[in-house]
Write a protein that binds this ligand. Structure first.
Ligand code: AGP
Length: 369
């Protein structure tokens, strides 16, 4: 096992650290920005269905569902197609309205999640086209779908999903760019620009990983907290959900992820000097709004840990801690901004003496409903 961990203390840390490579592996042979080339073999025979779909329905569970939420923003922004993101466990039991003009994307690391599999079968019965985004080759979901693209993240052993999440977003980003280009909603020049933005992500994740020591120090200060709030907007809203899920599952600290603007509709009542609030406040179209949300938390004496874009000056003046990540196009920021949140939960869990790779009550794949 020590050999498999490759010198890391835990699989989770190894898998967090592998992300520059796993994201690059996911894009290898598919994306070539210089050549203006983007190919997903699995889509070849289904491009017509994808392009002409009235609606995209994404179904998944847990972290994979969070990747689906990021995809909702991507598909709607780049391809102007309506998207619905469904928890597989709800979708399968509610007699959903679905037909042959729907293109369903099922996302699953393991490819064995029972609820996701059942959602696929239901959508299939109703005549929809089902596309899988799976990590495990030959898994049940990979076999049950009409077509799919593997995430090529390599085996993920830690129960808390990390590199599979960023690989899922990488595949979904490529799908959104292809769709936008084919549907004519992304002009050629923007498309070319976005291809190189996406291609530049692994190097930026590599840089973000270097923040590990700083994050370990922040973890030491907050390891005994009883609650955490994670707030983000736009593309960083699903990242807030994912950050909170990571902390819950491995450190057993209660955490909630929220869209930052929803805070005033309830969670703001929780804020006092004991409440650490993690903001994902990178430079993007909702930055100014997030800054005012930070002010609201500060006014109530919450402790602010902010993930910001390198060189940020405004948030630095307000936050107790700033974690500076490289600048990227806002659509691809989740691939980077999630990394310090994975590291934060990892270090807190280690300091609390938790079993990081195999947290209590959790299994790597949930094969029961
Ligand atoms: C993630 O850290 C969780 N352990 C869990 O939410 C997981 O993402 C979910 O069970 C879905 O699994 P899948 O991707 O293998 O379908």
């Amino acid at each position: 096992e020590a050999i498999e961990k490759g010198g890391f203390e835990h699989f989770m840390l190894k898998e967090i650290s592998e992300q520059p490579r796993s994201i690059a592996d996911c894009m290898r042979g598919r994306l070539d920005a210089k050549g203006g080339r983007l190919v997903l073999g699995g889509l070849r025979d289904y491009m017509n269905k994808f392009q002409n779909a009235d609606r995209i329905i994404i179904t998944a569970c847990g972290t994979s569902w969070h990747a689906g939420l990021v995809a909702e923003y991507l598909f709607e922004e780049f391809a102007r197609v309506p998207v619905e993101v469904e928890y597989a466990s709800e979708f399968r039991y509610r007699n959903p309205v679905i037909n042959s003009k729907d293109f369903v994307i099922a996302i699953s690391q393991s490819g064995e999640t029972a609820d996701t599999l059942a959602a696929i079968e239901l959508a299939k019965e109703k005549g929809a086209t089902i596309f899988g985004v799976c990590n495990v080759v030959g898994s049940s979901i990979a076999r049950a779908t009409h077509a799919g693209s593997y995430t090529h993240a390599g085996p993920e052993i830690g129960v808390a999903s990390t590199k599979a999440f960023t690989a899922q977003i990488s595949v979904l980003s490529m799908m959104a760019l292809m769709l936008g280009y084919q549907r004519g909603t992304l002009p050629e020049s923007t498309y070319m620009q976005l291809l190189s933005e996406l291609e530049s992500i692994p190097a930026k994740v590599e840089k973000a990983l270097k923040l590990n020591n700083q994050i370990e120090k922040i973890a030491a200060q907050y390891k005994d907290a009883s609650n955490f709030l994670y707030l983000g907007r736009g593309y960083n809203f699903p990242v807030a959900l994912e950050g909170a899920l990571k902390l819950k599952e491995i450190s057993y600290i209660h955490a909630e992820g929220y869209p930052a603007a929803e805070m005033k509709h309830g969670p703001i009542a929780l804020i006092d000097e004991e409440m650490p609030v993690v903001f994902i406040a990178t430079q993007d179209s909702s930055y100014e709004k997030v800054v005012s949300n930070i002010q609201e938390v500060k006014a109530r004496k919450g402790k602010i840990i902010a993930v910001v874009t390198e060189g940020d000056q405004t948030v630095k003046k307000m936050a107790d801690h700033v974690i500076e990540i490289p600048m990227a196009h806002e659509a691809f920021v989740p691939l980077i901004s999630v990394v310090p949140l994975q590291q934060l939960s990892y270090h807190i869990a280690v300091m609390r003496g938790c079993n990081v790779d195999q947290p209590r009550n959790l299994a790597k794949s949930v094969t029961v409903e």
